[in-house]
Design a protein around this ligand. Structure first.
Ligand code: AVI
Length: 311
């Protein structure tokens, strides 16, 4: 099945379910990725700065804790490498034989990653792998070095609990005894800090959310009228779920190719969850997935954490 056919199938299945939903993985077309860059620069979106602080201040401790002599860092969804370059550099000073394998769906972003890491950390052995990491990880199957699998940036937060557990079980399947997983998680905190990160006054997150409809219009022949839909975000301080929705502002009918989808006035489409974690939730995940919590590395304000698990 082509990517477009799969996109169409998932969109139609989501819009025919109750409540309606759309998968957040489809946010990131070219326009969506650019809007996401704007989100990362928003003052309300505290996550990147907090994670950056952890990398700058805690990498040394993490390197000492791992204490490996031959290590493969395998980073899932590595991006352009700007975030990890300092971490890889610090690890390189502690690990005599270090290899870095950034995995990403985008080939072009990995070209940028390679230029940066090779110029800043020339000693590290480097090989990037483009594609879906469920497949690309297989290419590393024969390697016997100790592993540090990294999934940073709060990406796990975009999975619902059952999906997060399934993902961690999959990662556990890629780990030998003595291997580590480093997971970036956003922490539960004052709800007044969290909500504006997903409901900024400039309307950037609104554009990000509604871009999904623009993408459906363009790629699947949809006729969503953007002015007839709005963005709505919530944060639930007990569950820790920040959720984004699209709200239909009137009773309306939308065409997607030859298919028709009906909306009631005020009907919602669930588009994204951004789960925030605390120790209790992390313990539940680790027990359910069968990997052991090892240690936590948070920023000074306890906004964000890098959690180290061992197999
Ligand atoms: C990619 N992911 C971790 C972001 C988040 O915080 O859930 C996506 C995002 N959605 C709205 N703002 C940012």
């Amino acid at each position: 099945m082509s990517d477009t056919q799969l996109f169409k199938e998932e969109v139609l299945a989501g819009l025919r379910s109750t409540p309606k939903r759309l998968p957040s993985k489809y946010f990131y077309d070219e326009a969506g990725s650019l809007i996401f860059q704007e989100i990362m620069d928003m003052p309300e979106y505290y996550l990147p700065a907090a994670e950056f602080e952890i990398i700058q201040t805690r990498s040394e401790e993490i390197a000492k804790r791992i204490n490996a002599s031959q290590l493969d860092i395998i980073e899932l969804g590595a991006g352009d490498g700007r975030k990890m370059v300092h971490f890889v550099d610090v690890l390189c000073q502690h690990v005599p034989c270090l290899s870095y394998f950034p995995l990403d769906i985008s080939d072009s972003i990995l070209t940028i990653n390679e230029q940066l890491i090779r110029s800043e950390v020339p000693k590290v052995k480097y090989r990037s792998l483009a594609g879906d990491y469920f497949h690309t990880l297989r290419e590393l199957e024969d390697r016997t070095n100790q592993r540090l699998i990294v999934f940073a940036g709060s990406n796990i937060g975009n999975y619902r609990t059952t999906e997060a557990i399934a993902f961690l079980k999959f990662i556990k399947g890629e780990m030998k005894p003595g291997d580590f997983l480093l997971l970036g998680v956003d922490l539960k905190k004052n709800p007044k800090k969290i909500l504006p990160a997903y409901n900024d006054p400039q309307g950037i997150t609104r554009r990000f959310n509604l871009n999904l409809l623009t993408r459906i219009n363009r790629e699947l022949g949809g006729d969503f009228e953007l002015n007839s839909f709005d963005h709505y975000a919530t944060y639930h301080p007990i569950s820790g779920a920040a959720e984004s929705f699209i709200v239909s502002l009137k009773k309306q009918t939308v065409r997607i190719g030859s298919e028709i989808v009906k909306f009631e006035k005020d009907e919602i489409i669930q588009t994204e969850i951004s789960q925030k974690y605390d120790l209790t939730l992390l313990k539940q995940l680790s027990t359910a997935a069968g990997i052991a919590l090892d240690s936590f590395y948070s920023d000074q304000k306890d906004l964000f954490s890098w959690v180290l698990f061992r197999s």
